[in-house]
Design a protein around this ligand. Structure first.
Ligand code: AMP
Length: 542
C-alpha cells in the first residue's frame, strides 16, 4: 500500500521559489570584484535567476549540459547556482587556483559548453580560451562598463547584457529529482582529478540536514558569511541553506584577508560563518593585533582540515564564538559530521567540553559511518581503536563522473581515505589520512604530480613529496630526493625546475637529499615513515 501524499520531486529551484515568497526582502550582500559593496534581496536574485535561465536557453544550453564557473562568492555566482541547476543543466564550479593545464583538462573532461568568470580571472581565461575543446561561450560576470574594450577572448559575452535581454517570466521546469545538478572535481590521490556529480535529490537532502541545530545550526534569524568558496563543494551547501532558512547571506568576493572579512562581519551583523582553519588564522591575527572584538558573531563552522584545539579555545575564551568543528569531503556534498554537545555534556567541566568540541563531531542524520581494521572487520567505538573510515548515505558518491577510476565502493560503503577513532557517544576523531596529498591553506596539492616532475629531472633517481608543517599554511610540500649515482643537482635547481610546470603555489618549499626512500612490500614508497623522519623539518619559509 502506497502513502497518499503529493508526489513532488526534490528540486533545487524550490529553494529560490521558497526564499522569494517567504523571505523576499531578506538581503544578499556582496563585496564585488568591481570594488564596491552590492546589496540585493532574495526576491531580486530569484527574478534574475529566472532571466539568466532564459538567457542560458537562448545560448543553446540544454538540460544536462555542463555550465562552468570560475568565480568568487557573490550574488551573480548565486544566481547561476539556481539558473543553471534549476533549468536542468549542470553547474560545474571550477577551482580557479588550479594550473591552467588542469583547468583545461577539467573543462574538456566535463565537456563544459559555457564558462562564466569573474573579471579577476580574465588572464586565466585568456590562457585557456584557445585550448578548451567544448566551450562555446565565455561570459564575463560584470556589466558592460567594467568590460575592457579588448579583452582578447574570442566571442566574449557580458553577464549583465544577458540578464538585460530577458524578462523574468519563466516557470522552473519539473523533472526527476535524481537528475544531475552540479559537478565538482576533487584532486584525488592518483592521476587526474575526478568529478563528483551531485543530484537535485542529494543536494536537497544534504541541505535539510546541514541546516539542523546539530549541523550548521542556521535559521531565518541568522546572517551567514561563507568564507568557504562556492567553487569548493558548493560552499559546504550554504548557498542552498540560505534560501531554505531565509538567512541573510554575505559574500566576501575576493576579499579574504583578515581586515576585509572583519569589516564585513561587523558592518553586516554576521552571526555565523564557515571556513578552513587557515582563513581564521588570518582573521584572528588581525582581530588580535588591533584589539578588536566580534560584536555579533556567535558561531563559526571550521573544517576542511583539522581545527587546532588552541583555535577553538581562543574563539570561545577571547571572543565568545562557539566553533562548530565539522568534517566532510567533496564526495560527501560535503558534510559528514559536526561537533555539538549532547545534554549530558552540560554538567561537564570546561576542559571536558573543549575535548568534545575538538573532535570532528557526530554524524549528521543521513550519514552512517564505521571504522574498520586492516582485515576489513568493524572496529569498536571505544575512542581507542583507529581504522579506515567508511561512510554511506543519500548524499555520498556512488561513482565518479564518467565512471573514472571504476567502482569506488566497498560493500556499499565509501572509503574516505581517512583514519579515525569513534568514541562511545559517536564522536569521531580523524587521526591521520591514508591519502598522501598535501593540504596547503585548505587546498589540496597532489604529491604525485610533484614527484612526477622531480622524476623528470636527469639527476633524480627517486622522489617523494610529503607534507611538512607550516605555521601559516598548515602544510607545505617537502620534496625528498635520492640522486642518481654520480649525478649532481642542488636544492635551488630542483625548485627552479618546477617553474611554469605547475601553479606557483604548488612548488615545494624545500628539498632534502637522502640515500634511500623506504619501500613497502609491494615496492610502494612508505611516506608515513618519511613523514615521521621529517616531522621536525624546519621549512625555510616557516
Ligand atoms: P575535500 O574533498 O577537498 O573537501 O577534502 C576532504 C578531506 O579533508 C577529508 O577526507 C579529510 O582528510 C580532510 N578533512 C576535512 N575536514 C576535516 C577535519 N575537520 N579534520 C581533519 N581533516 C579534515
Amino acid at each position: 500500500m502506497f502513502g497518499q501524499m503529493m508526489q513532488q520531486p526534490l528540486l533545487i529551484s524550490s529553494l529560490i521559489v521558497h526564499a522569494e515568497r517567504h523571505h523576499g526582502d531578506r538581503e544578499i550582500v556582496s563585496r564585488r570584484v568591481e570594488g564596491d559593496i552590492h546589496r540585493t534581496t532574495y526576491k531580486e536574485v530569484a527574478s534574475r535567476s529566472r532571466r539568466m535561465a532564459k538567457a542560458l536557453a537562448a545560448l543553446g544550453v540544454k538540460p544536462g549540459d555542463r555550465v562552468a564557473t570560475l568565480a568568487w562568492n557573490g550574488y551573480r555566482h548565486m544566481e547561476l547556482y539556481f539558473a543553471v541547476s534549476g533549468s536542468g543543466a549542470v553547474l560545474h564550479t571550477v577551482n580557479p587556483r588550479l594550473h591552467p593545464d588542469q583547468i583545461t583538462y577539467i573543462a574538456d573532461h566535463a565537456e563544459d559548453q559555457v564558462l562564466f568568470f569573474d573579471m579577476t580571472f580574465l588572464p586565466l581565461i585568456q590562457a585557456i580560451a584557445g585550448r578548451t575543446k567544448t566551450i562555446r561561450h565565455f561570459v564575463a560576470m560584470t556589466d558592460r562598463a567594467h568590460l575592457p574594450a579588448d579583452a582578447k577572448v574570442p566571442g566574449l559575452l557580458c553577464y549583465e547584457d544577458l540578464v538585460d535581454a530577458q524578462d523574468d517570466r519563466y516557470d522552473w521546469p519539473s523533472f526527476d529529482e535524481n537528475t544531475a545538478s552540479s559537478l565538482c572535481y576533487t584532486s584525488g590521490t592518483t592521476g587526474n582529478p575526478k568529478g563528483v556529480l551531485y543530484s537535485h535529490r542529494s543536494t536537497m537532502l544534504h541541505t535539510m540536514s546541514a541546516a539542523l541545530p546539530d549541523g550548521l545550526d542556521c535559521s531565518a534569524a541568522d546572517v551567514v558569511l561563507p568564507v568557504v568558496p562556492m567553487f569548493h563543494v558548493n560552499a559546504w551547501g550554504i548557498v542552498y541553506v540560505g534560501p531554505m532558512t531565509g538567512a541573510k547571506l554575505v559574500f566576501p568576493g575576493a576579499g579574504l584577508d583578515g581586515k576585509s572579512l572583519y569589516e564585513l562581519f561587523e558592518a553586516e551583523g554576521v552571526t555565523l560563518s564557515a571556513g578552513v582553519p587557515t582563513v581564521w588564522q588570518g582573521l584572528l591575527g588581525y582581530v588580535e593585533a588591533n584589539g578588536l572584538k566580534f560584536s555579533t558573531m556567535r558561531r563559526s563552522a571550521i573544517g576542511g582540515s583539522a581545527c587546532p584545539p588552541a583555535m577553538i579555545r581562543k574563539f570561545l575564551n577571547d571572543y565568545g564564538v562557539q566553533v562548530i568543528h565539522a568534517w566532510g569531503m567533496t564526495e560527501m556534498s560535503p558534510i559528514g559530521t559536526a561537533a555539538s554537545f549532547k545534554a549530558k555534556h552540560a554538567a561537564m567541566g570546561q576542559e571536558d567540553r573543549f575535548a568534545v568540541m575538538a573532535t570532528q563531531g557526530r554524524a549528521v542524520f543521513g550519514v552512517d559511518m564505521k571504522i574498520v581494521g586492516e582485515d576489513g572487520r568493524d572496529l569498536p567505538w571505544d575512542g581507542e581503536a583507529s581504522g579506515d573510515l567508511l561512510v554511506r548515505g543519500p548524499w555520498i558518491i556512488s561513482s565518479y563522473f564518467k565512471n573514472e577510476g571504476g567502482d569506488p565502493l566497498k560493500d556499499g560503503w565509501f572509503p574516505t581515505g581517512d583514519v579515525a577513532k569513534i568514541n562511545a557517544d559517536g564522536y569521531m576523531i580523524i587521526t591521520d589520512r591514508s591519502k598522501d596529498v598535501i593540504k596547503s591553506g585548505g587546498e589540496w596539492i597532489g604529491s604525485i604530480d610533484l614527484e612526477n616532475i622531480a622524476m623528470a629531472h636527469p639527476a633524480v633517481a627517486m622522489a617523494a613529496c610529503i607534507a611538512a608543517r607550516h605555521p601559516k599554511w598548515d602544510e607545505r610540500p617537502l620534496l625528498v630526493v635520492v640522486k642518481k649515482p654520480g649525478a649532481e643537482v642542488t636544492r635551488e635547481e630542483l625548485i627552479a625546475f618546477y617553474d611554469g610546470k605547475i601553479a606557483k603555489w604548488w612548488t615545494p618549499d624545500d628539498v632534502v637529499f637522502v640515500d634511500a626512500i623506504p619501500l613497502g612490500a609491494t615496492g610502494k614508497m612508505q611516506k608515513i615513515k618519511l613523514r615521521e623522519q621529517f616531522k621536525e623539518h624546519q621549512l625555510p619559509s616557516a
